[in-house]
Write a protein that binds this ligand. Structure first.
Ligand SMILES: [Zn+2]
Length: 80
């Protein structure tokens, strides 16, 4: 008789654990986790830090936007 109750309680705990695990997985999609560990780069023009995927690469450096990449290129050509 007692073993039946233990089995039932264990089953209820197992169901609760599975539901909790499923809810946690649904709340935290792998995409957002990837963003957290993503490399951060610095804009060579305004020194702002941003994720590498959102940056604009050019001249071996990273920029926060296409406009800053163009401005940096213009400033570099003026220096020469
Ligand atoms: Zn910038």
């Amino acid at each position: 008789m007692i073993s039946k109750w233990i089995l039932l309680i264990a089953l209820i705990f197992l169901v609760f654990w599975l539901v909790k695990r499923f809810q946690r997985a649904a709340k935290q999609p792998p995409r957002s986790e990837q963003k957290v560990i993503e490399d951060m780069v610095r804009c060579a023009y305004c020194d702002v830090h941003l994720p590498k995927s959102e940056s604009v690469a050019g001249h071996g450096q990273y920029f926060c936007s296409e406009a800053h990449r163009a401005l940096h290129a213009r400033a570099a050509s003026k220096e020469k």
